[in-house]
Design a protein around this ligand. Structure first.
Ligand code: SF4
Length: 301
């Protein structure tokens, strides 16, 4: 069966990069994604925050390509190099149903932004087929408000990774100096849709926003400024995941600002900021500069 082209992909302005390419003609925008979904891995994953992984795991689906392309990306082989295989919308639905059958607490779309219209269709059809577990949108937050609005009522849990608060750091690490303003507006829209994080009687997330803050060396992440912004704009009841797992991956070894893990002092400073701004709803990690939480991605078949 030949599917009708999805209009949003014929002049692609899904994300703030505004490439304007027709993804059906083989022309690629910044993200490098074509007109079909590409997935590297779908698996029940136990390394997410406890509210997502619980005891049965989070049903992660890792998409190939990315619209932000951080130089230090810990999923570099799939985000930059595009490892993965194409999948139809029906195949994506099959993956979602498979993960639900395996007992996953949720369906966790990892780096989904550049496939938003396709994933949106899959969510609608999976729900029609009886899928009941929460949908998690696990993104880099470099997203347009109007694109996120098309997910209203379909996504239960937003899991944005708020990466930078300063334009110069965003420029240095991604080439996109507008990241802080764009991500701030995107997270406010996520919050408007989903609100504070709610968990069920077993402590498993049902709905809401959980913001990830990966602490970077030399405070490139601006973690203190991020916590201040969240406290002032969304309130200190916002759920936060303060992440200590940075290690130099991808192109990071070629950039002296990024070529080491974070120090205990850098992470303690971030924890102190968390306490200072009164956040009690969230998670901190053991300091671990290793790839232990990165899945074993498969090279193209
Ligand atoms: S989704 Fe990809 S092609 Fe579309 S605007 Fe963003 S980076 Fe460009």
């Amino acid at each position: 069966m030949i599917n009708e082209p999805i209009e949003e992909l014929t002049n692609c302005r899904i994300c703030p990069c505004d490439c304007g390419v027709n993804r059906y003609t083989g022309r690629l925008g910044r993200c490098g994604a074509g007109s079909r979904i590409q997935v590297n891995l779908h698996q029940v994953h136990h390394g997410e925050e406890p509210v997502l992984s619980g005891c049965q795991g989070s049903g992660t689906i890792f998409f190939s390509h990315c619209n932000l392309l951080c130089h230090f990306c810990q999923n570099y082989s799939i985000s930059h190099q595009g490892w993965g295989r194409e999948a139809s919308i029906d195949e994506l639905i099959d993956m979602m149903i498979d993960l639900e059958r395996q007992g996953a607490h949720n369906i966790n779309f990892v780096t989904p932004t550049h496939y938003t219209p396709l994933i949106r269709e899959a969510i609608i059809k999976a729900k029609d087929k009886g899928s009941k577990i929460p949908i998690v949108w696990n993104s880099n937050a470099y997203e347009k408000v109007e694109t996120l609005q098309t997910l209203s009522g379909l996504v239960d849990i937003y899991l944005p990774d708020l990466k930078f608060m300063r334009e110069n750091a965003a420029l240095l690490c991604t080439g996109r100096s507008d990241y802080p303003d764009i991500a701030g507006a995107a997270i406010k829209e996520m919050f408007r849709q989903a609100g504070y994080l709610h968990v069920d009687k077993d402590g498993i997330a049902e709905k809401g926003v959980l913001i990830r803050l990966l602490v970077l060396p030399h405070d490139l992440s601006g973690t203190g400024a991020a916590l201040e912004w969240i406290a002032r704009e969304l309130g200190s009841d916002t759920a936060i995941s303060l992440m200590a797992q940075y290690y130099p991956a991808g192109q990071a070894m070629q950039q002296h600002e990024l070529n080491r893990g974070i120090t205990p002092r850098e992470y303690q400073d971030a924890i102190r900021c968390l306490e200072y701004w009164g956040f009690e709803n969230g998670f901190v990690q053991e300091l671990s500069c290793s790839s232990q939480w990165t899945p074993d991605f498969q090279e193209n078949e």
